[in-house]
Design a protein around this ligand. Sequence first.
Ligand SMILES: Nc1ncnc2c1ncn2[C@@H]1O[C@H](COP(=O)(O)OP(=O)(O)OP(=O)(O)O)[C@@H](O)[C@H]1O
Ligand SMILES: [Mg+2]
Length: 301
Amino acid sequence: MKLRELLIPPIFGIAPPGLVMPPPELRARLEERQRNRDRASTGLAHRVKPGEVDLSHGVILYLDDITVSFDGFKALNKLSLAIDSGELRSIIGPNGAGKTTLMDVITGKTRPDSGHAFFGQTLDLTRLTEPEIAIAGIGRKFQKPTVFEHHTVFENLELAMKADKRVRRSLLAELGAEARERIAETLRLVRLDSEGGREAGLLSHGQKQWLEIGMLLVQEPKLLLLDEPVAGMTDEETERTAELLKSLAGKHSLVVVEHDMAFIRQLGGKVTVLHEGSVIAEGDMQTLQGDPRVIEVYLGR
Ligand SMILES: Nc1ncnc2c1ncn2[C@@H]1O[C@H](COP(=O)(O)OP(=O)(O)OP(=O)(O)O)[C@@H](O)[C@H]1O
Ligand SMILES: [Mg+2]
C-alpha cells in the first residue's frame, strides 16, 4: 500500500484508489476516533495553544500532593515533584513504586483523586484531555517500540510529523524543504542518518527505540517522558542513548524512568527516588547511593 493512501482516513464513504473499505465494525471505530479528534481540536482554540507554555518561573512541570487510588490502594500518595525547564531528571524506585502511574497522570491518562499538576505556570493538566496535553507539548515514549515496521525510517518520521496536528498544513502539502530538513536533522540526532531508506522492521531493537524517540522529536515536544528507554538494549546502545538524551536536555526537558543504574549514572543530573507512591529522596546518584533509606528500599536489593 502506498504511504499516501495510508494517510487518508477511509471514513468519508469514498475509498481512495487501491484502498479496500474497512469492515463496518472497524469503520465505526475509525469514525468514533475521528469524532474524538474533532472534539479535541474544537476545544483547543480556547484551551491550549500549541507549544505555548509559560516558563517564566523556570519550572516546566509542577506536581503537588498528588494521590491516585485504585480500589483503595494508593499508587501515588501525596506525591510532589518539580522539574525545571531544560532539566534531565531520572526517576528510580522498586517495581510498583508508582513511576508509570506518575507518567499516566502527567499525560492525562489517569486522573488524580487529589492534588495539582501544572505544565508551566498556567496549564492545569488535570483539566486537559490527552490530545490537548500532547498538543501543549508533552511527548511520551512507552517501553515497547511501536514503529511502522514496513515503512522506511524516513517514512516513519514523516508519518509522525503528519500525525501532529500542530504542524501547518502548508508545511505538509507535499513535504516541503522545511519539513524534509527537520526530518534530516532528527535522523542525524538519533544517529540513523545512514538508515533513512531502510525498512524500520530491519533495525536493531536499540535503533527502533531511537527511531521512536525521533518520532517524538519531529513533533517538537517541550517535555519528553521516557519509560524504561534502555530495556533490552546492549551496553553500547545504552551508552549512546545516554549521550542522546543528554544532548536533548536544555532544548527539551526530560523525565526518564529506568531500572538500569549504570545508565542513570551516565545520565548524571538529579535523581528522584519513588517508594510506595511518594518521593523519599532526591539528589545526585552519588549522594543517593549513601542514603540508608534508598539502600533499604531499592539500591541494596
Ligand atoms: N489501572 C490500575 N488498576 C489497579 N492497579 C494499578 C493500575 N495501574 C497501576 N496499578 C498499581 O499501582 C502500583 C504502581 O504501579 P506502576 O505501574 O505505576 O509502578 P512502576 O513504579 O511503574 O513499576 P515498574 O517498575 O514495575 O514498572 C502497582 O501496585 C500497580 O499494580
Ligand atoms: Mg512502570
